[in-house]
Design a binder for this molecule. Structure first.
Ligand code: IPM
Ligand code: MG
Length: 360
């Protein structure tokens, strides 16, 4: 069987972290005798520069012909002045929508090797951090009606964005959370702002109704401001967090950071079929782009999620994860997760060491 992977490197550190992830995938391919093939495609700022559009039609086609998509990151100061629909980020939102990837799965786990890089107090950290943020990805305020209305005098100019959720949209993302929770601690915290927003009240009601279909899974509600606080106060209480597009965006950065660095968190974006898009949750980090300073671990762990979820290659995924941990245990670090006494390496070397670990 040939496993076809579309690779969208994107902007900033995207190409560097993707190169490391591809190297690791090649090592997995050799070790386990799997034929991975890679098809490059443009998106984001790179695509704007090459053909004037953040998401060329060709890129959507390449992704649709592939079993999975590996993505680096998009965006950067160079394209900041562009109107919303022409920005690099519009490419990312567009590909998620075009491939129907409504479920964004973001696991945040504090691994032993990185305990000391966790910014939380030791007594909080030592209770453990191991959660999955299940974020709705193709609805809500990201895709609702928006506009900027220019008025004269300028003080009367206004802009708006709309948060809108249909019951079916809520149901299908909640279903993913219930499925994931069933394989874990059977505990979901559904995060909303139901004390203010109608869309959140519908969210809450729908999740409660569904909860009758899953009697062995415990569901609790939490307001998003409280959730932001609880994540740093007592992260051990969370197992599966189910939430909307915008809240999930914000809370997943927070969840990532408490596990040591945003440079290590992977994600999978899934739809109803097997095809998924796998990307680190970090951004394009233009400040360190091209300097071989980025942490490729998030991209590598995203590739591991791809192996398991889209290709059903569980042993291969586990080998990649093990290799990451083995290198971290040897106290080899990129700058963002350095500790006393660690050997600091660049993005390239980190990728090479992890690949080598797999080959041995
Ligand atoms: C993410 C990113 C994106 C998002 C941006 C780049 C559009 O922050 O994947 O979390 O907000 O979804
Ligand atoms: Mg984000």
């Amino acid at each position: 069987m040939n496993y076809k992977i579309a690779v969208i490197e994107g902007d900033g550190i995207g190409p560097e972290v993707c190169a490391a992830a591809v190297e690791v995938l090649k090592a997995v391919g050799e070790k386990f005798k799997r034929g991975f093939t890679f098809a490059r495609a443009l998106m984001g700022g790179a695509a704007i520069d090459a053909c004037g559009l953040p998401l060329p039609e060709e890129t959507v086609d390449v992704c649709k012909r592939s079993g999975a998509v590996l993505l680096g990151a998009v965006g950067g100061p160079k394209w900041e002045g562009l109107p919303g629909e022409s920005r690099p980020e519009a490419g990312l939102l567009g590909i998620r929508k075009a491939l129907g990837l409504y479920a964004n799965i973001r696991p945040a786990r504090l691994v032993n090797a990185l305990k000391k890089t966790c910014p939380l107090r030791a007594d909080i950290r030592d209770k453990g951090i191991d959660m999955i943020v299940v974020r709705e990805l193709t609805g809500g305020i990201y895709f609702g009606k928006r506009n900027t209305v220019q008025r004269n005098p300028a003080g009367k100019t206004y802009a708006y964005d709309t948060e809108k959720y249909g019951v079916n949209e809520i149901r299908r993302i909640a279903e993913k959370a219930f499925e994931i929770a069933a394989k874990r601690k059977k505990k979901i915290v559904s995060v909303d702002k139901a004390n203010v927003l109608d869309s959140s009240r519908l969210w809450r009601r729908t999740v409660h109704e569904m909860s009758a279909e899953y009697p062995d899974i415990e569901v609790a509600d939490m307001l998003v401001d409280n959730a932001a606080m609880q994540l740093v106060k007592n992260p051990a209480q969370f197992d599966v967090i189910l939430t909307s597009n915008m809240f999930g965006d914000i809370l997943s950065d927070e969840a990532a950071m408490i596990t040591g660095s945003i440079g290590i968190l992977a994600s999978a974006s899934l739809g109803s079929g097997g095809r998924g898009l796998y990307e680190p949750i970090h951004g394009s980090a233009p400040d360190i782009a091209g300097q071989d300073k980025a942490n490729p671990v998030a991209a590598i762990l995203s590739a591991a999620m791809m192996l398991e979820i889209s290709f059903g290659l569980g042993a291969e995924a586990a080998a990649a994860e093990r290799a990451v941990n083995a290198v971290l245990e040897r106290n080899i670090r990129t700058a963002d997760i350095k500790e006393d006494g660690s050997r600091i390496v660049g993005c390239k070397e980190m990728g090479a060491l992890i690949a080598e670990e797999i080959r041995r």
